[in-house]
Design a protein around this ligand. Sequence first.
Ligand code: NAD
Length: 269
Amino acid sequence: MDNVLKGQIAIITGSSSGIGAGVAKALAKAGATVIVNHSSAKSKDEAEAVLKEITDAGGAGTVIQCDVSKEEEVTQLFADVVAQYGTVDILVNNAGLQRDAKFDEMTLEQWNTVISVNLTGQFLCARAAIREFLRRGPRPEVSLATGKIICMSSVHEVIPWAGHINYAASKGAIKMLMQSLAQEYGDRQIRVNSICPGAIQTPINRAAWETPQALNSLMSLIPYNRIGQPQDVGNLAVFLASDLSDYITGASIFIDGGMTVIEPFATGG
Ligand code: NAD
C-alpha cells in the first residue's frame, strides 16, 4: 500500500508509543506526512525517536506536543499544522489511557481522567479536524474524501469490562460519537470510522503479556492464538485512511484475533 496516502497530512494523537507509534510509521510508509503527537515534556524523547525511525526510512513528519484533553492545546495543535503544512487530511484519534479500580472504589479523579482523555480528547480533536475539513473543502488531487477521521476504540465498546468501567464507558461512548459524526458529515464527504483493537502488545497492557503465565492466560481469550502488534493496527489505519476504503463510513472494525467471537470477560482479567 505504498503511496496510497501520498501528499496527505495526518495527525496521530498519542503517537510517541504503542499503537499510535505503529500507526504513524504505517501512514508515513504509505506516503503521508505525519504529525507525531505526544502529551507532555516527559514523552518528547520517545516522540522524537518515532519520528527519527520514520525519517530514516524516507518518510516525513514533525513532532508536536499537545494534551488532547485541553481545548486551547488542541486548537494550537491544529493551527500549527495548518500553518506549517496548509491543511490536515487525516486525524487518528488514538490517545488514551486507563485508571483501573473496582467500581465501588473508583475515585472521581480516576473517572474524570479517563473520560477527559479518551472521550473529550476525541471530541476536541474531531471537532478541530471537521472545522478544518469544512474550511478547506475537497482536495480531489489527494483523496476522494474531503477528510478522514479514525477513532481508536476497543473491543470494550461491545465487551463489558469489570474493574475497568471508566475505560469501557469511554469506548462505548466513542462508538456513538463516531457513528453520529459519520451521519452528520457524510454529505460533505467526510468519512469517520473506528478501529476496535483486542489485545495489542503495548505499554498500556504490559501486565497482560510480560510474564509467560500472563501471556498464556491471555491466549485463552484469543482464538487466533497470538497477541496483536502495533503494526497490525497500522495496516488497518492505512486502509481506512485511504481511498481503498472510500465506501466505508460509520463502521467499527474489530482487529482482535477473534476476541469478540468468544465469551467470558466476567472476571475482569
Ligand atoms: P500506550 O500507553 O502505549 O499509548 C497511549 C498513548 O496516548 C501514549 O503515547 C500516551 O502518551 C498518549 N496520551 C495519553 N494521554 C494523552 C493526552 N492527554 N494527550 C495526548 N496523548 C496522550 O497504549 P496503546 O495501547 O498504544 O493505546 C493507544 C490507544 O489504543 C488507546 O486509545 C487505547 O485505549 C487503545 N487500545 C489499546 C489496546 C491494546 O491492547 N493495547 C486495545 C484496545 C484499544
